[in-house]
Ligand binder design. Structure first.
Ligand SMILES: [Zn+2]
Length: 131
């Protein structure tokens, strides 16, 4: 029997903050860490963590992973694809950090512009929640 896929839950406000950051840096990539907690069949994203200023705006591919905090409340990462393509690149998987990889694509408007993947490349269902 196949286990149910993990659902990723993101508050609407937090998604808006991600989109806003992505728009601000466009056409460069934005990159942030996702803080949250995992329950049985879901990962709840609760906070955004902006990386240290010195490395902000580099884009995901060039991000120095050794500068990331050793923090086990980090559930994954989010970065933008200014092209609008939501498919992760090989580089994205080589830089996988945490449990989930979230990609937001241009025009950064709604849940259609978001995709979340597990470390084995499976696309996970996303649920946008309102408080
Ligand atoms: Zn990417």
């Amino acid at each position: 029997m196949k286990a149910a896929a993990t659902t990723v839950q993101v508050p609407e406000e937090l998604l808006d903050a991600i989109f806003e950051g992505a728009r601000r840096l466009y056409p460069k990539e934005t990159f942030m860490l996702l803080r949250g907690k995992k329950s049985k069949n879901a990962i709840h994203v609760t906070d955004l963590v902006v990386p240290p200023l010195a490395v902000y705006g580099y884009g995901f591919a060039n991000f120095p992973l050794h500068m990331l905090p050793m923090d086990f409340s980090i559930v994954g990462t989010v970065h933008s694809h200014p092209s609008g393509n939501l498919t992760p690149s090989d580089v994205d998987f080589n830089h996988f950090f945490g449990r989930i990889l979230m990609i937001v694509g241009f025009p950064f408007a709604d849940a259609q512009n978001v995709a979340v993947y597990s470390s084995n490349g499976e696309r996970l269902p996303l649920q946008v929640t309102k408080d």
